[in-house]
Design a protein around this ligand. Structure first.
Ligand code: FAD
Length: 347
C-alpha cells in the first residue's frame, strides 16, 4: 500500500517506539503478522541491555549471553521478517485523530495507525567520575540482574529510598558486605524497607556521604570508590560551595546505583495516554480482568519497562513486547470496520 510513497505520505500500520528488548520482541511478532513495523531506535539504540556485558537470566542461553549480542540477534530476527529500523527520537505525539502522528527530534513527521510504546525507563546515574567507562563492568543499576556476579565482594549501594533498600537487601544474599551510601543522615525509604535494611547484619550505612569517583578498568571491573562526606549532608554541594569535606577511597568489588528510574514518556504528555505520578504508563485489564498492553488511547499499546516499575527485566520486557504486537494486530483488524469513527479515549 505504501510502496514507492515518500515518508511524508506513508501511513505505517505499526510504529514501535524503542529498540530495546520490548521493542524488538514486538517487532518480531508484528513483522511475522505482516504488519511491516517501523522501529524507532531512539537515543539509545538497543536499549539498556547494551550497557551490560553478561546476561545470565534470559531463557535459552545456558552459558549466558552478552547484552549486545542478544540485542543484535533480536534485531536481525525482526529484520528477517520485514521489520524496518530507523534512527529517530519522538519529541511529540499527536493522537487526536487517525492516523496518529509522531514528530521526531529532526522535525520529521511519521504517521501510523497503531503505536507500540516501548521507550523504556532510564536508570538515573550519579555523575561520578569513571561511571561511563565502568557501567556494566562492576557498576550496575540492577541488583536482580548483576547481584550474583558479586558473591563474596564488598559492594556499595548509592541511594536512600526504597529502590536502594531493595538493592541492598538483595545484594546482601551474595556480597560479603553491603554499604549504603546516602547523602543525608536519614533515609527517604518507607519505614518498613528502612527497618529491614537497618536490621540486616550485612548492611551498613555511610551517612552524609556521596560517591565522587569510581576506580578500576573494564578488564578488572570496579576495584574502588572515592567517597566524599560532610557532617551536615549533601557533601558535593558543600564542596562546590568551598566548604571543607572529607574524602576516602575504599576497596570495593561492585557499586550499584539505586536512585530510581525515569520512564521515557515525556512525548506522551497531554495525549490522553495515562501515566502514574512517576511517568510510567498505565495499561488496562480486559473485560475479564486479564492483563493487556492496552492504554487509555485506542490503538496505543505499552510494552516493557516503560509500563513496569516493578519487574524491569529483559524477559518480562520481551514478554510484554510480544503481547503488545498481538494486541495491536487484533486492534488493526477491528479498525478495518471503524476507520471513519472518531477516536475514543476511554477514561
Ligand atoms: C546495567 C544493566 C544491566 C542489566 N542486566 C540485566 C540482566 O542481566 N537481565 C535482565 O533481565 N535485565 C537486565 N537489565 C534490565 C533490562 O536491560 C531492561 O529490563 C530491559 O532492557 C527493558 O527493555 P525495554 O525494551 O523495555 O527498554 P530499554 O532497554 O530501556 O529500551 C528503550 C528503548 O526506547 C528508546 N527510546 C527512549 N525514548 C525514546 C523516544 N522518545 N523516541 C524513540 N525511542 C526512544 C531507547 O533508545 C531504547 O532503544 C539490566 C539493565 C541495566 C541498566
Amino acid at each position: 500500500m505504501n510502496e514507492g510513497k515518500a515518508e511524508s505520505e506513508r501511513v505505517h500500520e505499526v510504529v514501535i517506539v524503542g529498540s530495546g528488548v520490548a521493542g524488538l520482541s514486538a517487532a518480531v511478532y508484528a513483522a511475522r503478522a505482516d504488519l511491516e513495523p517501523l522501529v524507532l531506535e531512539g537515543p539509545e539504540p538497543g536499549g539498556q541491555l547494551t550497557l551490560t556485558t553478561d546476561v545470565e537470566n534470559y531463557l535459552g542461553f545456558p552459558e549466558g549471553v552478552g547484552g549486545m549480542e542478544l540485542i543484535q540477534n533480536g534485531k536481525e530476527q525482526a529484520a528477517r521478517f520485514g521489520a524496518e529500523f530507523t534512527h529517530g527520537t519522538v519529541e511529540n505525539a499527536s493522537l487526536e485523530r487517525r492516523p496518529y502522528e509522531l514528530e521526531l527530534s529532526t522535525g520529521e513527521i511519521l504517521r501510523a495507525r497503531a503505536l507500540i510504546v516501548a521507550s523504556g525507563a532510564s536508570a538515573r546515574w550519579v555523575g561520578a567520575d569513571g561511571e561511563d567507562e565502568l557501567m556494566g563492568y562492576g557498576l550496575s543499576t540492577c541488583a536482580t540482574c548483576d547481584g550474583a556476579f558479586h558473591r563474596g565482594d564488598d559492594v556499595l549501594v548509592v541511594g536512600g529510598g526504597d529502590s536502594a533498600m531493595e538493592e541492598a537487601l538483595f545484594l546482601a544474599k551474595f556480597a560479603d558486605s553491603v554499604t549504603v551510601v546516602h547523602r543525608r543522615d536519614e533515609l527517604r525509604a518507607s519505614e518498613i524497607m528502612a527497618e529491614r535494611a537497618r536490621e540486616h547484619e550485612d548492611v551498613d550505612f555511610r551517612w552524609n556521604t556521596e560517591l565522587e569517583a569510581l576506580h578500576g578498568s573494564q578488564a578488572d571491573g570496579v576495584t574502588g570508590a572515592t567517597l566524599i562526606s560532610h557532617p551536615e549532608g549533601h557533601p558535593t554541594d558543600k564542596a562546590d560551595a568551598g566548604l571543607e569535606v572529607t574524602r576516602e577511597t575504599v576497596d570495593v568489588g561492585g557499586v550499584f546505583y539505586g536512585i530510581g528510574h525515569t520512564p521515557n514518556t515525556d512525548f506522551l504528555e497531554d495525549t490522553g495516554v495515562e501515566r502514574d505520578e512517576s511517568g510510567y504508563l498505565h495499561t488496562r485489564s480486559d473485560d475479564a480482568d486479564r492483563v493487556t498492553t492496552v492504554t487509555a488511547v485506542d490503538g496505543v499499546f505499552a510494552a516493557g519497562d516503560v509500563a513496569d516499575p516493578r519487574y524491569r527485566q529483559a524477559i518480562t520486557a520481551a514478554g510484554t513486547g510480544s503481547m503488545a504486537a498481538l494486541d495491536a494486530e487484533a486492534y488493526l483488524e477491528t479498525l478495518e470496520h471503524v476507520e471513519t469513527q472518531p477516536i475514543e479515549v476511554s477514561q
